[in-house]
Design a protein. Structure first.
Length: 512
C-alpha cells in the first residue's frame, strides 16, 4: 500500500470514529464521560497489535515513569499496606523521614487531616499523599507500638534517591553477589559502584541475581553487559519495519570485571532488559545462566508523548541475542489473554519442575561464540535448569504471606526489641539468633486473630521456611538488605545451585 493510500485510510477511519463519538456525546440517553470512553477505545485498539504496545492516560504517566526514575521527591519511606494500614517498613537512609525520627514498624494513621487507616487506601493513593515537590511539608500522625499517645511529625519533602541494585555483598572470601531489581536511570552507576566495592573486598567470581527483574532501560542493560564482556563483541541487536529502528550494540569500553567466572540467576519473572544481559553473556560464553526459562519479552517500545500529556508506548522492533535468537515468545494477536496467562500454562505443563517438559525444534538451535548449543523460541533457557521447590508452600503458609502476617509480626518484633538487636553485629545475629518456639506461637496467635485458621500439618511442613523468613525480615529492620538477602538466599534453590556450579562457569570462562 502506498503512503498516500495509508493517509487516506487514516483520514476516513478518523472521521468515522469522530462521527460515532459525536453521536454518543449529543444523543445518547444517559450522560457519558468522553475521556473514559476514548481511553477504553484506545486500549481495545492497541490489543489488536501486540501484548506490550500500551496507552498510559495522563493521570498515570507520572507513576509509570517513577518506576524507572533515578530519584523522586517525597518524604523517603519504604512502606507496606497491611490490614488496610500503612506500615513504615523502613525510612530511607539520609531522607527526611529518618531525620525527623520515623521508625520501622510505625503505622501512619493520618496524612494532614485525612484519616488513612481503615479507608481502603491503595499504593497509588499513598504516592499521591506522600510525594510532592521538594520543600513542601506534610504532617503525619503516627501510632508507635509501646507509645501511649499518637505522635505527630511535620516532614519537609526532599529529593529521594531510589536504588535498583538491592544489595551487593561478599558471600565468602572470593565470591561476590549483586542483586538488580530493575534497570532504572542509575542502575549502571550503582552496578559499577558495587563491582568496585566487591573487587576491593577480594572478589574473584560473581553471581548476578536477575530473578523477577522485569527489565527497564535498554542502554543500562547493555552498559552492564559491557562491564563484563571484553573486546568489540555484539551484545544485542534490534530489527524493525524497514531499517529505521534497526540497531546493533557492541561492547566498547574496558569493563570493571571482564575476567573471572560469572553466574547469572534468572527465572520466569526475568524479562526484557534482564534477558538482554543474560542472552549476551550466554551467547558470548561469558557467563553461566542458572535457573528457569525467562519470561520472553523481546519487543521494543518507544515512548511517545501525546498532545494531552498521555503517553503511547509503541512497539517498533524486536530484540535479538548475539547468536540470532529472538527473545520474544510467540503470541496470538487475536488472543492476548493466552499470552497473559502463559506463566500459568507453563506451571500446569510442568515446565517449572522438569527441564524435559520444554521441547525445542531443531530450527530453534543456535550456537554461542565458542560453539555451545543454546535454544531460541522465546526467553532465555538457562545452562543449568533448577526446578522450583514448592515443598514448603502449604495453603497455611501462603495465607500468612498473602495477608502480610510475617511482615506485621517481624516489624512489631523489631520495634519492641530494637535496642537489643541494634547492639548485635550482623555476624553474631546470623550465627546465634534463633527464632524461638515462643516467637512461633506468637506468630500463630497473630494469624489466628487475623482470621487465618491454624493447620498443624501445614505448619510443620512450612516451619523451616517460615523460620528463615522471619529471621531474614527481622534482620532487614536492623541492617536493611545487607541483613535480609544473606539469610533469605539460604532458602533459594537457584542461588544454592549456583554456588555449586562455579566449576562449570569457570570452564566457560577459561575457553573464551
Amino acid at each position: 500500500m502506498s503512503n498516500k493510500g495509508s493517509k487516506s485510510d487514516i483520514t476516513s477511519n478518523y472521521l468515522r470514529y469522530m462521527e460515532v463519538l459525536t453521536y454518543v456525546n449529543n444523543d445518547y440517553v444517559d450522560s457519558v464521560n468522553l475521556d473514559d470512553l476514548v481511553d477504553y477505545s484506545i486500549d481495545k485498539m492497541l490489543e489488536k497489535l501486540d501484548p506490550h504496545t500500551a496507552y498510559i492516560p495522563k493521570k498515570d504517566v507520572q507513576i509509570a515513569h517513577a518506576q524507572l526514575e533515578g530519584d523522586f521527591e517525597g518524604i523517603g519511606i519504604e512502606f507496606n499496606i497491611i490490614k488496610d494500614t500503612i506500615y513504615v517498613v523502613a525510612p530511607i537512609s539520609g531522607g527526611p523521614s529518618e531525620q525527623v525520627g520515623l521508625l520501622a514498624g510505625d503505622k501512619i494513621v493520618k496524612v494532614g487531616d485525612k484519616t488513612v487507616a481503615g479507608t481502603g487506601i491503595t499504593t497509588n493513593d499513598v504516592f499521591g499523599l506522600l510525594r510532592g515537590k521538594k520543600g513542601t511539608q506534610v504532617k503525619l500522625t503516627i501510632y508507635r507500638r509501646g507509645t501511649k499517645d499518637l505522635l505527630e511529625y511535620t516532614i519537609t519533602r526532599d529529593k529521594i534517591p531510589t536504588y535498583s541494585v538491592d544489595v551487593a555483598y561478599m558471600i565468602d572470601h572470593h565470591t561476590g553477589y549483586i542483586r538488580i531489581s530493575r534497570f532504572a536511570a542509575n542502575t549502571h552507576i550503582e552496578f559499577k559502584n558495587a563491582l568496585t566495592k566487591l573487587t576491593k573486598a577480594g572478589m574473584k567470581r560473581l553471581i548476578i541475581d536477575l530473578k523477577d527483574n522485569p527489565g527497564g532501560y535498554l542502554d543500562r542493560a547493555t552498559k552492564i553487559a559491557d562491564e563484563l564482556i571484553s573486546g568489540n563483541k555484539l551484545i544485542v541487536y534490534t530489527d524493525g519495519k524497514g531499517s529505521r529502528y534497526d540497531s546493533q550494540t557492541r561492547a566498547y569500553t574496558p569493563g570493571l570485571f571482564e575476567n573471572g567466572a560469572v553466574i547469572v540467576l534468572i527465572n520466569e519473572g526475568s524479562a526484557s532488559a534482564s534477558e538482554i544481559v543474560s542472552g549476551a553473556l550466554q551467547d558470548n560464553d561469558r557467563g553461566l545462566i542458572v535457573g528457569r526459562r525467562s519470561f520472553g519479552k523481546g519487543l521494543v517500545q518507544m515512548p511517545i508523548e501525546l498532545s494531552d500529556g498521555s503517553e503511547l508506548r509503541l512497539t517498533i522492533s524486536r530484540y535479538y541475542t548475539p547468536s540470532g535468537r529472538s527473545i520474544q515468545k510467540p503470541y496470538d494477536k487475536e488472543n492476548i489473554d493466552d499470552y497473559q496467562s502463559d506463566l500459568v500454562k507453563r506451571y500446569k505443563q510442568g515446565e517449572f519442575f522438569h527441564a524435559d517438559s520444554i521441547k525445542f525444534a531443531d530450527s530453534l538451535k543456535y550456537k554461542t561464540l565458542n560453539g555451545r548449543t543454546v535454544y531460541g523460541g522465546g526467553g532465555i533457557m538457562p545452562d543449568v535448569f533448577v526446578p522450583r521447590d514448592t515443598s514448603a508452600y502449604t495453603p497455611y503458609m501462603l495465607e500468612l504471606f498473602n495477608k502480610n502476617i510475617i511482615r506485621e509480626y517481624t516489624l512489631n518484633y523489631y520495634s519492641t526489641n530494637k535496642k537489643t538487636l541494634s547492639a548485635m553485629t550482623f555476624e553474631h545475629y546470623r550465627s546465634h539468633f534463633v527464632i524461638s518456639d515462643q516467637m512461633m506461637k506468637d506468630l500463630i496467635d497473630l494469624a489466628t486473630r487475623s482470621g487465618i485458621k491454624y493447620n498443624e500439618a501445614d505448619f510443620q511442613r512450612s516451619k523451616a521456611y517460615l523460620t528463615v523468613s522471619m529471621k531474614a525480615y527481622i534482620a532487614r529492620g536492623v541492617w536493611g538488605n545487607e541483613g535480609f538477602y544473606p539469610i533469605i538466599n539460604e532458602t533459594d534453590e537457584i542461588y544454592l545451585r549456583a554456588m555449586r556450579s562455579f566449576d562449570q562457569a569457570e570452564k566457560i570462562e577459561h575457553k573464551k
